[in-house]
Design a protein around this ligand. Structure first.
Ligand code: WT7
Length: 667
């Protein structure tokens, strides 16, 4: 499956130690201390995790840590709890209850030059969650039912997740950038009975018409019985109930998320469901190497415990921190490190609705300054975009409140790391790189701040409970500084439990390639100090501007267009996006490969999947290079897309003329 050997050419040797001041106040203060904790979590996982489990507010505490019937894990099986209680109710009667849980900033700037800011204390967030939980129950949503959430970056997204968790319903958040078709496929795949959406959301000065997409999707989803609409737009919020019903007419029952007439929920209706530890918490769809997105299933206790632990340690959280994560709630980072991790820690989380560079390239820095953010967690692709617009933009702002920076999503190139460190962190903030996946649920590799040095470009050392290793094609462990496949040995509490509705795919994708270990799909090397250096994906999955996109998904969207005979999608290195998406297309007879067709096909992919998956380049070809057995030779297409000489073996190519013709093709 992987093409060629995985090797790493990075020779980065700079290291950055935390300041004595940071170290003195850090939760873990030295590499020795880190290693002792990590070793214990690996040598005695059951003892370690059962002890840690005391951090969760149980209705009934577990007596047992793990049952492992490879590849199925059950953690804390006889424990009983509720995720919304772990994030909210646990603080009732403590000072945290009156502290801000969320500070949200809207994208539009008002006439007074100020954006809308909403602050919700833990008590207020709890009240909203109870209200929505009661509403869901009234609509007949039961524990175990799936509820789709298709919202922008609004506090209601967090409210919706926690309300589902409160009644034991399984949420599936669909990124607001996805199109109607992608939303429909996800609702259908998990058989959601309710959908929580909004009229529209603001993004980069424009309006994202979420409800229109929701309407189109809902009409093709027979399992969907009710739709709850959050009214974001002021004009809509003023609708009376009749006007609302007319405006949002759907076959399904439609109700507004909050309305003035809402009665306070009764104690019974808002009561948290007492669910077993392994009760499913959410399904989150992610790209794999086949065309169909995978519904990654996470369960309750293990996910909660490991997100809580990692949030506290990796971001070194303190009582007065203002934690700002720029990820979208539609991705795993928004689940683990906006919602479940930080709220369990009782921290104040800053949430921003819009694009980090709208209306000006310094919007993010303006936000950091306005709210005095202390921890910032963002993605390398965003950092590269900031580098491009110039350091004069962050320089306009006082960023001295920041004390820790984080990155996630793809390998960070050392130059971007150094810029982030100097320009944003004022050379005073440690940077935590964090490697993990939708499937791991929590951060697996990182540079624990205060405890260990950072090496720009390296993801760092294993988090508690994780045992990463580098193995060769045949599954044997390789020597230090040798590239190979990154695997994780043994189960950990926040790991995915299965692929929704497709346990065979779960086994095949993650637990078959190398016997008895979890395959990540990434290539990496481990250096002489034990630090991991991630090279990138080795399967047919691209990482475009931090979005994980399966090439097969793009191809199947492309060939669903009636003019297309065949398509092959590949990645090309890109300064800004990390990888750019290039598609080679052959048309059916009677269709012209002209610019109009190119635009139609690009639009078609954007319509099927979402704008973020719109290919960066499209080349028409008379034929695609294939092996004699008919397999498309992507290796050659990748070289072509990158403008490289096509190296390597072409002897298996069926028709050499195809390659010559492709070289002449333009994007
Ligand atoms: C893939 C997982 C985990 C939240 C965001 C993405 C890549 C992620 C890093 C990092 C190098 C990284 C990997 C991984 N990745 N973080 N710090 N350094 N690569 O979640 O969509 O599930 O994607 O993102 O290739 O397998 P995801």
């Amino acid at each position: 499956m992987s093409e060629g050997n995985i090797f790493s050419v990075s020779k980065e040797s700079r290291r950055f130690s935390p300041s004595d001041e940071f170290r003195a106040a850090a939760r873990v203060k030295s590499r020795e201390e880190y290693e002792a904790l990590h070793r214990r979590s690996i040598d005695d996982p059951e003892g370690f995790w059962l002890e840690q489990a005391a951090q969760l507010p149980w209705f009934k505490a577990p007596t047992k840590a793990l049952s492992w019937a490879e590849p199925h894990a059950k953690w804390f099986e006889d424990g009983v709890l509720n995720a919304s209680v772990a994030c909210l109710d646990r603080f009732q009667g403590t000072p945290t209850w009156q502290k801000a849980a969320l500070i949200w900033e809207g994208e539009p700037i008002g006439n007074d030059g100020e954006p809308e800011v909403v602050t919700l204390t833990y008590a207020q967030l709890h009240a909203r969650v109870c209200k929505l939980a009661a509403k869901l129950r009234n609509l007949g949503v039961h524990a175990g039912d799936r509820v789709a959430i298709y919202l922008g970056m609004v506090p209601e997204a967090v409210v919706a997740m926690l309300a589902c968790a409160r009644i034991g319903a399984v949420h599936t958040v669909v990124f607001g950038g996805f199109a109607a078709e992608a939303l429909r496929d996800r609702i259908q795949d998990c058989g959601a009975v309710a959908l929580i959406t909004q009229d529209m959301s603001y993004r980069r000065g424009g309006e994202v018409k979420l409800f229109e997409a929701a309407r189109a999707a809902a009409s093709q989803c027979p399992t969907l019985r009710s739709v709850i609409v959050h009214l974001r737009k002021r004009e809509n919020a003023a609708l009376d109930d009749d006007a609302f019903a007319r405006a949002f007419a759907l076959e399904q029952t439609v109700v507004r998320l909050t309305s003035a007439n809402d009665l306070p929920p009764t104690r019974e209706h808002a009561a948290p469901a007492e669910v077993p530890a392994e009760h499913p918490l959410f399904v989150l769809y992610t790209s794999g190497s086949t065309g169909k997105p995978k519904g990654v299933l996470h369960s309750t206790a293990g996910f909660l415990l490991q997100t809580q632990l990692s949030t506290r340690y990796v971001f070194d959280l303190k009582e007065d921190d203002l934690y700002f994560c720029t990820a979208d709630v539609g991705w795993i980072t928004g689940h683990s490190y906006i919602t479940y991790g930080p709220l369990q820690c009782g921290v104040t989380c800053l949430m921003f609705e819009g694009a980090p560079n709208y209306p000006k390239p310094d919007r993010l820095w303006e936000i950091v300054e306005r709210h005095h953010a202390t921890v910032l967690y963002t993605a390398p692709t965003a950092i590269r975009a900031f580098i491009r617009t110039g350091e004069e933009w962050p320089k306009k702002h006082d960023l001295s409140s920041l004390r820790l920076l984080g990155t996630v999503g793809e390998p960070i190139n050392p130059e971007a790391w150094l810029w982030y460190h100097r320009v944003i962190g004022g050379e005073r903030c440690p940077i935590v790189d964090t490697w993990w996946q939708t499937e791991t649920g929590s951060i697996a590799i990182t540079t624990l701040p205060g405890a260990v040095d950072a090496k720009p470009g390296s993801a760092g050392l294993p988090m508690f409970g994780y045992a990463p290793r580098i193995v060769a094609e045949d599954g044997t462990e390789v020597a230090r500084n040798t590239g190979g496949k990154l695997i994780l040995a043994g189960p950990w509490p926040s790991m995915l439990r299965t692929v929704w509705g497709d346990d065979e795919r779960y086994k095949a994708q993650y637990w078959s390639e190398v016997p008895h270990v979890y395959t990540t799909g990434d290539g990496a090397r481990q250096d002489e100090d034990g630090y991991f250096w991630i090279v990138g994906r080795i399967d047919d999955v691209l990482n475009v501007a931090g979005h994980r996109i399966g090439t097969a998904e793009v191809e199947s969207a492309m060939v669903s267009h009636p003019a297309v005979a065949e398509a092959a999608a590949v990645g090309r290195p890109d300064d800004l996006k990390g990888q750019a998406l290039v598609v080679f297309v052959t048309l059916k007879g009677g269709h012209e490969p002209d610019d109009a067709m190119r635009a139609r096909l690009l639009d078609h992919v954007a319509k099927e999947i979402g704008k973020f998956a719109r290919p960066d380049g499209l080349r028409f070809a008379a034929a695609l290079p294939k092996t004699r057995s008919g397999k498309i030779m992507r290796r050659l297409l990748k070289d072509l897309a990158a403008g490289r000489e096509t190296k390597g073996d072409t002897t298996t190519l069926e028709d050499l003329g195809v390659l010559a013709a492709l070289r002449g093709a333009e994007e």
